[in-house]
Design a protein around this ligand. Sequence first.
Ligand code: FAQ
Length: 318
Amino acid sequence: MRDSIAMVSNEQNFQSRIDAEEKVEPKDWMPEKYRQNLIRQISQHAHSEVIGEQPEGKWITRAPTLERKAILMAKVQDEAGHGLYLYASAETLGVTRDELIDRLHTGASKYASIFNYPSLTWADIGAIGWLVDSAAIVNQVSLQNTSYGPYARAMVRICKEESFHQRQGYNIMMTLMQGAELQQDMAQDALNRWWWPSLMMFGPHDAESAHSAQSMKWKIKRRSNDELRQQFVDQAVQQAEAIGLTVPDPDLHWNEARGHYDFGEIDWREFQRVVSGNGPCNRQRLAHHVDAHKEGAWVREAMAAFDAKQRTPPAEVA
Ligand code: FAQ
């Protein structure tokens, strides 16, 4: 009885701190469901950053110029760094890196659906940087104010790097649109294929979103899936028009009364298919990660042995 009263008062104090915009730090008391929900979201975010290296990494050897190659290498390396900040942030919640990777490999933990689509041409690298990084920024800017301190601080740095990623992607699209007809067609084709999956990045509609209500109450999420998606559409449509691209949505039009673009319905069956593991590249993406993880085992072992040696006190001299 006393335990359950203490728990209620802990939860009330916790919610008061959240309401007062205080950050929650790793050693603070937190409800178990808050901890689990954060581990879920942060680790899925981390997996997305790392799996997201694959569609772009494939193009490093095929980049059209040395400058583009150097930029793409830097971007892909940044994504690995984002994964690192996020895994480290999840670990502060008492879960190990091995457990997190295991959940990815067994399918218990998700990653963003967008990375299960193939990158078929160089223009896809433009579309990913422009659209996927834009969508990531729109979401992550709001997450800079998430209630969990380590996650919020990781977001500040990640957002700065994502801005550069977004600009390099848009710059690729702009350059293609200033080129020959074939290049313009390639850019339009990439937009046609990446537009709808980019809208899916924000998750199901608010009314269908399983975690939103509680995550908003705990200020893990600061803005809803639909709000963020609308902001993304409003800015991307104007960016597309500025360089002569057409957004592939016949229902898209400016709604004067709302002050926003209205847009067509997402194909949620496709979303479900991809999220449940049956998208065009799900198996390939996961298999590649499993193989890379196995190949890297000796590096992890060497690092662990070195770390253990550093921690061993030197033997006393007789
Ligand atoms: N794909 O109740 P909700 C990037 C799942 S980073 C797959 O609305 P929540 C950088 C969701 O997990 C991109 N699954 O969930 C980059 C849940 O399943 P669960 C990643 C999705 O968490 C660029 C279920 O559906 N960004 O791109 C998706 O409240 C270029 C119900 O959904 C983040 O992760 C989806 N699109 O809201 C890297 C940001 N949407 O866990 C390389 C942080 C939903 O119950 C190259 N995450 N699901 O099994 C978030 O803001 C949230 O987790 C949402 C989903 C908004 C993604």
